[in-house]
Design a protein around this ligand. Sequence first.
Ligand SMILES: NC(=O)c1ccc[n+]([C@@H]2O[C@H](COP(=O)([O-])OP(=O)(O)OC[C@H]3O[C@@H](n4cnc5c(N)ncnc54)[C@H](OP(=O)(O)O)[C@@H]3O)[C@@H](O)[C@H]2O)c1
Length: 331
Amino acid sequence: MSDVVVITGASGGVGRATARRFAKDGAKIALVARGQGGLDAAARDVERLGGRALVLPTDVADADQVEAAAQAAEEELGPIDVWINDAMATIYAEFLDIEPDEYRRATEVTYHGMVWGTRTALKRMAERNRGTIVQVSSALAFRGIPLQAPYCGAKHACKGFTESVLTEIRHNGWDVHLTMVHLAGFNTTQFTWGRTKLPKQTQPVPPIYQPEIAADAIHWAAYHRRRQIYVGWPTVLNILGERVAPWFLDWYLAKTGYGSQMTKQPLNGGPSHDNLYEPVDADEDRGSHGPFDDKAHSHSFQTSLTKHRRLAGSLAAGVGAATGAVLLRKR
Ligand SMILES: NC(=O)c1ccc[n+]([C@@H]2O[C@H](COP(=O)([O-])OP(=O)(O)OC[C@H]3O[C@@H](n4cnc5c(N)ncnc54)[C@H](OP(=O)(O)O)[C@@H]3O)[C@@H](O)[C@H]2O)c1
């Protein structure tokens, strides 16, 4: 299989790990982000693993740049089979500490970046009546938490937007697969370069998972016809909790949501660079992992269950039936 795959946000974090996953298939991968150092290193990763890489420095908040990236990818690699919207920018701060321009920028990258990526990919895929678009989403698309209002708002918007487009694809009968992968907390570069106004080092809400798990789930979602998949138990619990008792989550998150997003390490004024408006130092490569390798899980049992839900369902039914039979015999 040597599909043509476009990945936004490929210079670090989940996007970078996803590029490595597709490279193992020998895919031709267009790497979209802004930081040249991270993009060049991602290209080396891809080539080393057997894929072909094309580096396309692009700001996803700019619809024209996204369109130009798609055009360049098709000219160089061929028609796009899979488009993955992964890029994002966040700000860790209380809502009232965020300036309007910062808020707007985080929204333009995280929400509009996904909108422009979907638009440019769908235009081409609808015409050819084939292709897959994967939206890298979050448990926070279902439930907002403190200190991340721009991100939570954007991720909710991404979900609503995707559902709207999904119904239009169905209405038109296009054989284009649009799917969402909702992630829990991952150990990524986000926690080294995301803008923060908090007094301590930011962290994903534990339990923390390694980005390879997300990459594997995104790859799986690209080749299976599921509407959406959840990755990590916290995602499932968050979504269930929000459906059953949102008032409880309001209380719980007000109590724990500040502490759970910060380590004990003071930041002393925050990182000198962040990637909200510009990439961090142009030539620097930070890889895909964040600073939590010692805490992060390399396996998600829940994600394995999600992928094999029929088997898991049959096993659960089998165990239930066997237990019932034993109990009946004992009576
Ligand atoms: N990590 C988590 O805990 C977590 C949890 C749930 C969902 N997710 C989702 O996973 C995805 C990736 O997150 P991550 O944690 O891997 O983030 P990350 O480490 O910060 O990586 C974000 C990527 O987006 C790129 N990017 C940022 N602004 C951009 C812009 N204006 N134009 C183009 N590219 C831009 C960054 O590269 P440049 O700066 O070089 O452009 C980088 O490659 C996001 O959709 C996020 O919502 C993550």
